[in-house]
Design a protein around this ligand. Sequence first.
Ligand code: NAD
Length: 500
Amino acid sequence: MDHAEILEAAGLQAAELTGGTLAVRSPIDGAVVAQLQETEAGGMPAVIARSQAAFKAWRNVPAPRRGELVRLLGEELRASKAALGALVTLEAGKITSEGLGEVQEMIDICDFAVGLSRQIYGLTIASERPGHRMMETWHPMGPVGVISAFNFPVAVWSWNAALALVCGNPVIWKPSEKTPLTALATMKIMQRALDRFGDDAPEGLCQLVIGGPAVGEALVTSREVPVISATGSTRMGSIVGPKVAARWGRSILELGGNNAMIVAPSADLDMAVRAIVFSAVGTAGQRCTTLRRLIVHNSIRAELVGRLTAAYASLPIGDPRKGSTLVGPLVDAASRDRMLAQIEKARGEGGRVHGGRVVTDGVPAGGAYVEPALIEMPAQTDTVREETFAPILYVLGYDSFDEAIALQNDVPQGLSSCIFTLNLREAETFLSAAGSDCGIANVNIGPSGAEIGGAFGGEKETGGGRESGSDAWKGYMRRQTNTINYSAHLPLAQGVRFEF
Ligand code: NAD
């Protein structure tokens, strides 16, 4: 399909795509596909007030009924999967199956949240006082501001929104200024679910604001938005986090990663090669969980590098709409230029570079297409310790297992990590308190492609937030401890006496 057909299939009308100040380009060929109206910073107080008003109604709707709205959203997403997936490909440059996979992830989190809507529970706790009962109750927080990155233009909203909605919170979404069209299309899908849901969904429950950091800033600094979930670069988080903290808000920060794989001498190399190639070059290296560092035992290093360079040479690079393509474009030319500059820096630090050249043959003109790069490094240099949001995989050697763990942990980021080994001691040590310091640690699986059932997020400069499965829902609720006295006496805790 061409650009216009993809936009139309996703329900976007020509009239809403013209006349605005925000130019939206497709990474496929750099073409401007829309000129969108931006939300004015001056309009943000009204958006936030609508959300506060919606909260007052939505918090009184029973959670299982709130779950019904998310169930309908899941149904509408199923019906729109092909169209929204194709739009993700057009706007973010993901290959077709990853565009569809992103929408599947939205559907999966809706299913999870529907179940959760009947499982929002607190503890009952033994009281030290006779005739007393203690318990925990979970209450909604209020408007949740979701600031999302370009590389998961729709899934990140759904991870947050599906949970926030069943927890009783309205959502205000500010997508990346690079990917507002997928957000617009998602809001239309949400609107269809709201229309079917009926009257107890208040106006302003799910809102979208379009623009860059200034629009996000209005959410970040407002005391009326108690939760800010921000996904993006560590640089962004270092600005947003302190601002939210300064007004006593709660932030869920999902920032950059610098994810590693340790490949031990006992590893199943066939499996490791497949995992490495997918996690290092999938989404053209533009996942927060992309594999960026390979820490490989020196006894198998030459063999593994040989197999990887052969695999890299066979990768089809090109138009992400073609079914056979495995490596699509980078998001824009600036991203490509940063990749090329980092490759030169790594070379200057003694790196031996395989691949990493610009591709212009057999790809659409105007897009930023590159060969994924594999760089053998003499040490974990400053360049290796930075996240470059592009397909660069640094290869480091190790001799002792302790050295491998030390290298894995010696970066500022702490998102995802993994080990390929058949040695039980190594695997369990890697997962132990003395092992990986990341939020995600896997054995015999690459670092990317998390399932929604687990909590997702990372430590250190990755920001510490958790989203998606497990008990991440607690991040969108406030915990209240209740003590109920059903006796005819008023004993004080800790045996304190206060007679008068
Ligand atoms: P980015 O930081 O440039 O932008 C992310 C979002 O933050 C955008 O919506 C942007 O408008 C907004 N923003 C930027 N500055 C802001 C400010 N001062 N106040 C309020 N909002 C502001 O990131 P990007 O280039 O879109 O995405 C790539 C980055 O995101 C990578 O570092 C990647 O690792 C990270 N990421 C992390 C996760 C995760 O779950 N940990 C997931 C996806 C992407």
